[in-house]
Design a protein around this ligand. Structure first.
Ligand code: CDP
Ligand code: CDP
Length: 217
């Protein structure tokens, strides 16, 4: 049996940063499931697919050629790591992530990865749907303002000209869609440990999770 560490939480809570460091420290595989949803969103937008056309969506799924290689993500052999972080993807990803056929495909893919490797996986439905059997479950959160500020700083550092207000708004809309959707909404699993990172540094969060894990491994 593989060891599974599942992390869920809203946008900008620090999940992927912490998950990545934990995976390195433990020598586990890291899977950023948000990046997979962002990648399929990129493909659908690029090809101008109408999301109400089931046939076109199935065609995208059946030809979804994705590779995760040392922190980079490749679609059809092309590196899209930076592209999928752009605001136009963030603004569309939650809607596309609600499509049942896409969720079914992603969950299957992610379960397969989790059954083959010791894994740290983060997203929105990892503790509840993808790895309900995980030995370790965390729900990482922070206030909306803190999360928006983190995203703002990140985008500014990458030379994106977007206002704090717009980012806060996008985060609020995305959280609402992710938490209120009917299939696999973001919620706190009954047996998850909740960590509010509003006043915590990345190191503090990582150490807290690492200590909990290492005590029980
Ligand atoms: O990094 P950030 O928190 O902004 O988002 P992300 O983890 O890259 O996820 C982008 C979007 O993908 C989320 O807002 C969800 O709509 C969707 N997602 C999902 O539905 N299920 C997951 N397991 C992961 C992401
Ligand atoms: O994956 P998620 O959307 O939950 O968040 P992230 O991409 O890991 O973190 C968003 C930004 O917040 C990154 O630039 C992190 O460096 C930063 N961060 C922070 O300043 N303090 C934390 N405790 C966690 C993350």
């Amino acid at each position: 049996m593989t060891i599974k560490i599942a992390i869920d939480g809203p946008a900008g809570s620090g999940k992927s940063t912490v998950a990545k460091i934990l995976a390195k420290k433990l020598n586990f595989v890291y899977v950023d499931t948000g990046a997979l949803y962002r990648a399929i969103t990129y493909k659908i937008l690029k090809e101008g697919i109408n999301i109400n056309e089931k046939k076109a969506i199935l065609n995208i799924i059946n030809n979804f050629d994705i590779t995760l290689k040392s922190e980079r993500i490749f679609l059809d052999g092309i590196d899209i790591t930076e592209e999928i972080r752009k605001p136009y993807i963030s603004q569309n990803v939650s809607q596309i992530s609600q499509i049942p056929e896409i969720r079914e495909f992603m969950v299957k893919l992610q379960k397969e990865l989790a059954n083959k490797n010791n894994i740290v996986m983060d997203g929105r439905d990892i503790t509840t749907v993808v790895m309900p059997d995980a030995q370790f479950k965390f729900y990482i959160t922070a206030t909306e303002e803190v999360r928006a500020k983190r995203r703002y700083n990140e985008l500014k550092a990458n030379n994106f000209n977007i206002s704090f207000k717009d980012i806060l708004n996008e985060i609020k809309i995305r959280d609402k869609m992710d938490m209120e959707r009917s299939i696999a909404p973001l919620k706190i699993a009954e047996d998850a440990i909740v960590v509010d990172t509003s006043d915590m540094t990345i190191d503090e969060v990582t150490n807290k999770l690492y200590d909990i894990i290492i005590k029980q491994l």
